[in-house]
Structure formats: structure tokens, C-alpha cells
Design a protein around this ligand. Structure first.
Ligand code: 2HG
Ligand code: ZN
Length: 456
């Protein structure tokens, strides 16, 4: 159904004509997600510049019953931030202020459209750092990262986005603004709306700003890349380092198939003279140089076949590239099916052992590439060589995850991509409670319809 002209005119009156994008060329970048697997079309992209404008836009959409998909940096991987059925796209990128940086308490306020890299730069200039980091830092926005409870490479030390949030400002689907940005470390006064909205994937409210907690800057960094026999070996090393060093900040795992792909696409030389089945990347960060301590722990850790250590920035970045460039290298090869799963740590080796066979049994042409955040029990199972709609391997992998007591989404969220499988790991009572919350906050169902909760 086309949008009434009056709606477009009134939207333009709120945000300015130049910020209601209807030209197909201008809309295109908002209509396809990062993976290129999820795409739709929108009558218009609306780009408000303030909370007041977001509220006025939502109030209007509510009045017209016009559905809305909120969008940040469009780096999501589960199709939850692009239109599916001609919804309006509400882009939050112009809400990009970093304000009220309290250098004494280590807190800052970020508008929803601030990129992670911009936030990092602003707080580092004041001697602080932000606890979450991830490869898409130049595009991913803070609002989107809170809305999807993004994880990243430092969850082991600082937790995910949810753990960084001290307060939130958001607009409910009818245009009402909820704002709780107290700058208080302790606030036990009723339901915690900030934590409810974190991870709600734009289905309950549109986040416009967040009050975030900062972490100390750790100027000394040491990165080790290790070759090991398998994931069980990698987990033994991680456990030894975690027990010995509180400075461990990242523990990332990948396998030979991913390393070879990255080397080919990124033009990198392999890290070691010989190929090995499994690789573990560790990063320690502290106020003083921990590289000798890390080397000492690793010297006594069992099963390390080869290793490289770097403390200077170029050396560290060289080692990180083998891990961080997985996503782009996989995408350069084709459009993958992406499964982002967590397992209890003690079931991770069994999962890794079985998952490739599970996929091969269904489609011998499928190419699984596994990597992820070892100490979080989080593996990213990317599968190349599948038709976009051949979900049989996805189904089998997610059933294996459920059998082993895991979750079908560790950090990317449910979006539309994982909705058919939510029942595998969330009970009927869980899903009904979620639906009740959705109905209470968005009775007209205009906010990101079809994401997380199936339409009634
Ligand atoms: C990462 O850990 C991201 O690099 C992306 O979560 C994972 O591409 C993926 O599947
Ligand atoms: Zn990840």
C-alpha cells in the first residue's frame, strides 16, 4: 500500500525535506543489510536529528498506523534493521553527539547514531576507554549496539553492551519519551527500562541516547597467536591464562579453513611455516607490560605447536588481522548463511567435532567456516555454498546447539533470520512473556514488525 502523501509531507515538516529520502538511489543503502542476504524496499528513509524529532515522527507514524524499522549503522547480520514489507526506515545516524563526558566518574552520554569508533576516540582523548569493541567499529552505532546487545571481542573482561549501560533515553511507539539518565551507579527504583530495551532489537522503543560506563585505558598490550591441535586444546590454554592473568581481554579462535580464506582474500602471508588445525589469539592489556608474564604462562601451557607474540601496534594489528578479517573474507567469497551460537564451554569441543559432519550430511557442497570468541563459548558458524533459501543445514545446526544446551544466538540477535528457531531454546512461557511485553509497549505493532516475535 503506498504511503499517503500527507504522511510524507508531515514527516518532511518535522525533519526537513532533505531528510526524507524517497529517491531509489538514496534509499538503496538502507534497504539491504550488510550480508546482502536480507533486502526489502521502503517508501522513504526518515532521518531525524534529535529526540524531539524522533518522538514527533513516531507519533505521526502511530497516528497513520505506518510501520517503522529503526536503523543505526546497518551492520546487523540477522535482517532486523532493513525493511521487509515496505516499512518506513527511521535512520538514527544524525543523533551523533558525544556529550557530558564525566572524566571523574568515567561516564559519557552517546547519541544513538554515534559510531563505536567515534565514541572510542572521544573517550580515549580523556584517558578512558569503552568496554566493547568489535570489527565493524567504524560503522556500527551505539544505539544499534545497545538495541541488539552487541558482544564483540572483550566480553570476557567487560561484558557486552548491556553491561555498559547506566541509563537510556528512548521513544515509545506512540511518541512518548522515556528518559532515565541519572548518572547514578545505583538506581533500584522500579523496572529497569534500560535493561529491557537492551537487546530488544528495535521492537519495543527507539533508543535515542544512552549513558555509558567507561573502563580504564590499558596502555600496554600484548597479543599472542598460537597454533593448537583443536578447540579443546585452545580452551585449556585460555583457562590457564585466565587463572594466571587478570589482564586477559580477548581469546579468539579460528581454524585452518578460515585462515586460508583470509590469507587469500586479504593477501596476507600465513603466520607460521606449517599449517595447523586450530588457532587461538589472546590479548592482554594492562597498566604495565604483561608480555613477559603472558609468555611465561604460555611456556608452561600444554599443546602449543607454534606461537607469535607482538606488543607494538603494527605487530598486534598484523596478528589480529587473521581473526578480524574473517567476516569480510567470507563475504568476498559469497553470501553466507550465518549462525551465531553459544554452547556451554564444556560442550564446545563436542559441538565443533559434530557440526561439520551435521552440515555435510545434509549438503555435501556446503562449506562451513567456524570462528569466534573462545572463552564466551561463542562460535560463528558461517556456511558458504548454500542457496539463500536452503535452510536445512541451519535447522540441523541449531537443533544440535539446542541438544547440547546452547543458545541459537550469542550476540547477533534473532532479527528475522533466527525467528523460526526461537522455540528451540526459549520455552513457550518465555515467548508468551515476550509477546506480552511487546503488546504492552507497542499495541499497534508498528515498531519493527516481524522481528523477534512472530506476528500474532
Ligand atoms: C565477529 O565476531 C562478528 O567478528 C561477526 O560477530 C561474525 O561474521 C560473523 O559471523
Ligand atoms: Zn562475534
Amino acid at each position: 500500500m503506498p504511503l499517503p502523501d500527507t504522511l510524507l509531507q508531515r514527516l518532511a515538516a518535522i525533519v526537513g525535506e532533505e531528510h526524507v529520502l524517497t529517491d531509489p538511489d538514496l534509499r538503496a543503502g538502507y534497504e539491504t543489510d550488510w550480508t546482502r542476504r536480507y533486502r526489502g524496499s521502503t517508501p522513504a528513509v526518515v532521518r531525524p536529528a534529535s529526540t524531539r524529532e524522533v518522538a514527533a515522527v513516531l507519533q505521526l507514524c502511530h497516528e497513520f498506523g505506518a510501520p517503522v524499522v529503526p536503523q543505526g549503522g546497518n551492520t546487523g547480520l540477522v535482517g532486523g534493521g532493513v525493511p521487509r514489507n515496505r516499512e518506513l526506515v527511521l535512520s538514527l545516524r544524525r543523533l551523533d553527539g558525544v556529550t557530558d563526558l564525566d572524566a571523574a566518574s568515567g561516564e559519557v552520554t552517546a547519541g544513538a547514531g554515534v559510531t563505536l569508533a567515534a565514541l572510542q576516540e572521544a573517550v580515549r582523548a580523556q584517558g578512558w576507554n569503552f568496554g566493547v569493541d568489535l570489527a565493524s567499529r567504524d560503522s556500527a552505532t551505539i544505539g544499534g549496539m545497545v538495541a541488539t546487545n552487541a558482544g564483540g571481542i572483550r566480553v570476557l573482561r567487560y561484558g557486552g553492551m548491556r553491561q555498559q549501560v547506566l541509563g537510556i533515553e528512548a521513544v515509545l511507539p506512540d511518541g512518548a519519551v522515556v528518559s532515565r539518565m541519572p548518572g547514578l551507579l545505583k538506581d533500584n527504583s522500579g523496572y529497569d527500562l534500560a535493561q529491557l530495551l537492551a537487546g530488544s532489537e528495535g521492537t519495543l522503543a527507539v533508543i535515542t541516547a544512552v549513558r555509558l560506563k567507561l573502563v580504564p585505558q590499558q596502555p600496554h598490550r600484548a597479543v599472542a597467536l598460537l597454533a593448537v591441535e583443536n578447540i579443546a586444546g585452545a580452551l585449556r590454554v585460555v583457562s590457564a591464562v585466565r587463572r594466571a592473568l587478570t589482564s586477559l581481554e580477548a581469546a579468539e579462535v579460528f581454524f585452518l579453513e578460515g585462515l586460508e580464506l583470509v590469507c587469500r582474500h586479504a593477501g596476507l602471508a600465513p603466520p607460521f611455516p606449517a599449517a595447523h588445525p586450530c588457532y587461538l589469539l589472546l590479548e592482554c592489556a594492562a597498566q604495565s607490560d604483561e608480555s613477559a608474564a603472558l609468555a611465561g604462562v604460555l611456556a608452561n601451557a600444554p599443546g602449543i605447536r607454534d606461537s607469535a607474540l607482538a606488543t607494538d601496534r603494527p605487530g598486534r594489528e598484523r596478528l589480529w588481522a587473521y581473526r578480524e578479517r574473517h567476516t569480510e573474507s567470507i563475504s568476498a567469497e559469497g553470501i553466507p548463511h550465518k549462525l551465531d551460537v553459544t554452547l556451554p564451554l564444556n560442550r564446545l569441543p563436542e559441538f565443533e567435532r559434530r557440526v561439520r559432519g551435521t552440515i555435510a550430511a545434509i549438503n555435501a557442497g556446503a562449506r562451513p567456516i567456524l570462528f569466534g570468541h573462545a572463552s564466551d563459548g561463542n562460535l560463528h558458524v558461517n556456511i558458504l555454498g548454500l542457496a539463500p533459501d536452503d535452510d536445512r543445514p541451519d535447522d540441523a545446526v541449531l537443533r544440535l546447539v539446542a541438544e547440547l544446551g546452547g543458545s541459537i544466538s550469542a550476540e547477533h540477535g534473532i532479527g528475522i533470520a533466527k525467528m523460526p528457531w526461537l522455540h528451540l531454546t526459549r520455552s513457550t512461557a518465555d515467548r508468551e512473556a515476550m509477546r506480552a511485553i511487546k503488546l504492552a509497549l507497542d499495541p499497534a505493532g508498528i515498531l519493527n514488525p516481524g522481528v523477534v516475535i512472530p506476528p500474532a
